[in-house]
Design a protein around this ligand. Structure first.
Ligand code: PMP
Length: 394
């Protein structure tokens, strides 16, 4: 299998697995227990919190709340801040390209009486910080802008936007799930709440965290025994959190090496494919983008048909977010770039990672032109002159 779907899932780092193992059989105590069996679990949580805090440059008085993943961290950030601020204001600002794990909790808040402004993005897939500033009113209690887009890889101007927000009155939340481990994500960017996911840094699935800057007013969504600073009740997933911590330490150590590796392969893929296939367009800005993401639009063919053809060669890629892959609706991210349904359906997403090799990239670059040529020959959308050319060259 040639795996180009690192955005949807990653293998566990061996270091994370080895750190987790003792917490299944040996140290099974509850971290909240005061007897000896709870101590290793409690200490392990502290250590993991330190490892993740260090990856994102959290200060001593900031809080890091472990959750069941990025979705839960987003729900806690959005609902927790908005509901707490309800008496002061009910307006929230976000962008048109957020992941469903931000979009849907915001829709839920709309049913509770909040109003949400979704700022459009430029055709490059980047939101204009000035447009976000202009959308903020005296009633605004929260701004949520993703750090990087998970489909088209574009990096958003978080530091610039942070100049218009305030941790106490109108905090800035950023969903950094797609960015963590791929580019530096540090609290010094000015975001007051940062969503993190373990599996995106080769940690276990089903674990995440929310970074909360000192002074941010937030209330829990999950009520119970008062774990995690009273903000996320429920016995902590100790093995998962330990694995997340180990993965975070490894990600911090390897960040620059991983970035350089992915950036080189990304260039190789974009240059190789665009040189070999006509009428291909890169979705999202080429410079201000994650090093792991390649999202290409092929005129006259459907991304789904390319995916099916690639499966014959045991190549796994995607056409968008794995979380919405069961719907036939065009990606809301590509629509936000101004693409019509036909254009938005013509995209293929390639996500590389730490273990991707140049040899794998070269196989994809070699296979893809023949697949696209065959699909274009069959497609009624292909212009006659291109079809004629394809016939003559095949
Ligand atoms: N936000 C973004 C940007 C994502 O790409 C994803 C999916 N990986 C999520 C949130 C949801 O993550 P999870 O399924 O871990 O809750």
């Amino acid at each position: 299998m040639l795996y180009f779907d690192y955005g949807a899932g990653m293998p566990l780092a061996r270091e994370a697995f080895e750190a987790m193992e003792p917490f299944f059989f040996e140290h099974y105590g509850n971290p909240s227990s005061t007897h000896e069996c709870g101590t290793p679990a409690h200490e392990a949580l502290d250590r993991a919190r330190g490892q993740v805090a260090s990856l994102v440059g959290a200060g001593e008085k900031d809080r890091l709340i472990f959750t069941s993943g990025a979705t839960e961290a987003n729900n806690l950030a959005l609902k927790g801040v908005a509901r707490r601020a309800r008496k002061r204001g009910t307006h929230i600002v976000t962008t048109a390209i957020e992941h469903w794990a931000v979009n849907t909790p915001l829709k839920a808040l709309e049913t509770e009486g909040f109003t949400v402004t979704r700022v459009p993005v430029e055709p490059s897939g980047i939101v204009d910080a000035g447009a976000v500033r202009d959308a903020i009113t005296d009633e605004t209690v929260l701004v949520s802008v993703m750090y990087a887009n998970n489909e088209i890889g574009t990096l958003q101007p978080i530091s610039e936007i942070a100049a218009y927000t305030n941790p106490k009155t109108c905090p800035l939340h950023t969903d950094a799930t797609a960015a963590i481990g791929r580019v530096p994500v540090d609290a010094s960017c000015g975001a007051d709440l940062i969503t993190l996911s373990s599996n995106d840094i080769y940690g276990p699935k089903g674990v995440g965290a929310l970074y909360v800057r000192e002074g941010v007013r937030i209330e829990p969504v999950m009520h119970g025994g008062g774990q995690e600073y009273g903000l996320r009740s429920g016995t902590e997933n100790v093995p998962g959190i330990v694995g997340f911590g180990a993965a975070a330490e490894l990600a911090a150590r390897r960040l620059h090496e991983d970035m350089a590796h992915m950036r080189a392969l990304q260039e190789r893929l974009i240059d190789g494919i665009t040189a070999a296939i006509p009428a291909v367009h890169l979705n999202g800005d080429r410079e201000r983008r994650l090093p792991n993401n390649i999202n290409l639009r092929f005129d006259y063919v459907e991304g789904e048909s390319i995916l099916l053809s690639l499966r014959v060669y045991d190549v796994a890629a995607s056409t968008g977010s794995a979380c919405s892959s069961k719907t036939l609706a065009p990606s809301h991210v590509l629509s936000a770039l101004g693409q019509n349904n036909e254009e938005a359906h013509g995209s293929l997403q390639i996500n590389i990672g730490r273990h991707t090799t140049a040899a794998e990239v070269d196989i994809l670059v070699k296979k893809l032109p023949a697949i696209v040529r065959r699909l274009r020959l069959l497609s009624p959308l292909t212009p006659r002159d291109m079809q004629k050319e394809l016939e003559e060259s095949s």
